[in-house]
Design a protein around this ligand. Structure first.
Ligand code: HEM
Length: 418
């Protein structure tokens, strides 16, 4: 392995700082929350369909926490915790819009809030259609062969001789960020620079600009090439290619959504398996069961348990009048444990009959990258099981716990093997 191979080029301490949910980088979304929110969410769901207030206040979190739909201090806030109400809001994007304002991605204002995540209706459909073909299940192999497999194997090479490892930051965290930056043609030594710059769009643009220019000259088989060649169909039927600003906002959305979520869900899945040795043994024997474990983990403990919408008209919603201009928070974490939909909802049980959960969202904005996320998680965990015999939690180390409020994940995952 040369010094330039992907994991060697990553600074381990920097990864820890960027990816530890309790670090200052992540504190803005409630990273210091260490309680189990599910008992409170069960109570709230049982008490009423719609509650006035934000999810963090209703959960009893004393600090400020930021996520989609926050803070908007001058607007009324409402929250829902049941599957049916969350699903209904996700599906009705006319009443429940992703942004309080119209989105103009052609202007110079580059960033996630100016991307398709915030768009609605026909505008959202037209932009999403440009990238959807790169994220369908049939493209999983393209992602695995080009960007996932080698990174995963290199990361395992790095720990395989040690007999012990910490898997959350030293394994899970690196995979999605290297996958998505790799698919953009960003050099490995800049992958973490881009990750830490995500809240400073100008810095990301400085890294992406030469790549976008190069792909405009000569496209290759990667995602920036897909974006520079994409033809956007306007409402009047005319077509045009995307401006640099449109590409940057698209890219920042994919980088943010792609590198911030999957590593935590991989850590959650891995922890759930390591804490249930009998399930881990069954998965080791029959790898097809891993798929069900990933779906169960997304239901049982989705890494981002709350998304929000802006109410576009006065509406009676499950017995409460939501005024136009208010914000509705969908606690999809609570929805995943709704006892009306799942028996024994608090149990992690990959053998239960598969039912759609909302861990990847729902309606028109349902996660674009869900098949990629599944491919990353299954490729990662399969490689650990293939190459680290007798993988188990280190009984003498501090055991993993789940922390964080709007971004949830495991603390360290200390393991022994061999
Ligand atoms: C396990 C990992 C992941 C989880 C739990 C997750 C979850 C979600 C959720 C709940 C939404 C809906 C947001 C909303 O309705 O406002 C969403 C949207 C989105 N996700 Fe993911 N995501 C994951 C991985 C990824 C990956 C790997 C990518 C790839 C680049 C990605 C790209 C996106 C994009 C682009 C959207 C916006 C889609 C739209 O507005 O139409 N996600 N994700």
């Amino acid at each position: 392995m040369t010094d330039l191979s992907p994991p060697a080029a990553l600074d381990r301490d920097r990864i820890r700082e960027l990816f530890d949910l309790r670090s200052s980088y992540n504190s803005f979304s409630g990273g210091d929350y260490t309680d189990d929110p599910y008992p409170v969410w069960h109570e709230l769901r049982a008490r009423a369909a719609v509650h006035e207030g934000t999810v963090h206040r209703l959960t009893g979190y004393p600090g400020e926490a930021m996520f989609q739909g926050l803070p908007f201090p001058d607007r009324p806030h409402f929250s829902v915790f049941g599957f049916e109400a969350c699903d209904a809001a996700f599906r009705d994007s006319e009443t429940f819009a992703s942004s309080p304002v119209a989105i103009n991605p052609i202007g110079d204002d580059v960033g996630v809030m100016n991307s398709m995540l915030s768009m609605g209706g026909d505008q959202h459909r037209r932009y999403r259609a440009l990238v959807q073909p790169s994220f369908v299940p049939a493209k999983a192999k393209w992602w695995i062969v080009n960007w996932i497999q080698e990174t995963v194997q290199d990361l395992v090479d790095r720990i395989a001789g040690d007999g012990r490892a910490e898997l959350n930051t030293d394994f899970c965290a690196a995979i999605p960020v290297l996958t998505i930056t790799g698919s953009f043609g960003v050099p490995v030594d800049q992958a973490l620079v881009i990750r830490e710059s995500l809240r400073d769009p100008a810095a990301v643009v400085r890294i992406l600009a030469p790549i976008v220019a190069a792909r405009r000259e000569s496209p290759s088989d990667d995602l920036i090439s897909v974006l520079v060649q994409a033809e956007l169909k306007e409402a009047d039927g005319t077509t045009h290619t995307l401006s640099d600003a449109e590409i940057y906002s698209f890219a920042i959305l994919l980088l943010t959504a792609g590198s911030g979520t999957t590593w935590k869900q991989m850590g959650i899945t891995l922890t759930a398996l390591l804490q249930r040795p009998e399930v881990l043994a069954a998965v080791r024997e029959d790898r097809t069961l891993l798929k069900a474990c990933v779906e169960e983990s997304v239901r049982w403990l989705p890494t981002d348990p709350m998304f929000s919408r802006h109410v576009t008209r006065d509406v009676d919603f499950y017995g409460t009048t939501l005024p136009k201009g208010s914000v509705l928070h969908m606690c999809l974490g609570a929805a995943g444990r709704d006892p009306e939909r799942w028996d024994r909802p608090d149990e992690f049980d990959p053998y239960r009959p598969l039912k759609r959960s909302l861990g990847f969202g729902g309606g028109p904005h349902i996660c674009l990258g869900m098949h990629l996320a599944r491919a990353e998680i299954t490729t990662g965990i399969n490689a650990l099981l293939d190459r680290l015999p007798n993988l188990r939690l280190d009984p003498d180390a501090e055991q993993p716990r789940y922390v964080g409020l709007y971004e949830r994940g495991a603390t360290e995952i200390p393991v022994l093997f061999g």
